[in-house]
Ligand binder design. Sequence first.
Ligand code: ATP
Length: 240
Amino acid sequence: MLGVQNLTVRYGSHVALQDATVRFEAGSFSAIIGPNGAGKSTLLKTLVGLLPGTEGRVAFDEGHSARQCISYVPQQQTLDWGFPVTVWDVAMMGRTGRLGWLRWPSKRDRQLVEDALKETGVYELRARHIGALSGGQRQRVLLARMLARQGHLLLLDEPLTGVDSATQEQLMALLKTQAQRGRAVVMVTHDLEQARRWCDHLLLINRRIIADGTPEQVYTPANIEATFSTSHLGHTHAEA
Ligand SMILES: Nc1ncnc2c1ncn2[C@@H]1O[C@H](COP(=O)(O)OP(=O)(O)OP(=O)(O)O)[C@@H](O)[C@H]1O
């Protein structure tokens, strides 16, 4: 459904990602895994279109050419939670765009927001200011905004950070359901074990793609070593 071909991303002279080629399919739940600084967020931001000036190609299959079909959930800590809006308002942004609404919500918009808040378990909190939420509740609100958007491609950057283990399981089940409904779900995570249990497609990266396939294909001692060893990082540095 969505892929990158021979993608290289530089920040100034620093090579964050080198010659990466990968596809993410509809109906598949993918995890991007790697150590800090491996280029995981960079890959996600490239898919969303937030990083111009890259080498290589980002390609969508026919019928999915518009970036409008992407729902992106950035890392929770990159957002301003002091903003004076409610849970309902944030979820509604999935329908109407940014604050200062680009258009007035329709009845369908309101229904989709209500459904999304119920599915993520925060409907009861809909009138609450987002600054008054716990970490796990904030993550659910971000997922509600994502669901309300009704995108075909769901891209999530570390959606499990700051979330207790019971809630993590619920959120993973929710994402799995989205994949089973035919969406392409792509998540950045540090949790290898969780990715192995829930995802059918894993991508190990460390500034380049180390391994790409099913959990069984990808989780070999050699691949784990190549992904997480610091000597490899040094090697890539030298190449860059
Ligand atoms: N805006 C930027 N300007 C300069 N360098 C950047 C920028 N964003 C990221 N980098 C660098 O690019 C590399 C990859 O960053 P990226 O955020 O993609 O890593 P990551 O795998 O998501 O890491 P983490 O697990 O720590 O979130 C890092 O070395 C980072 O310092």
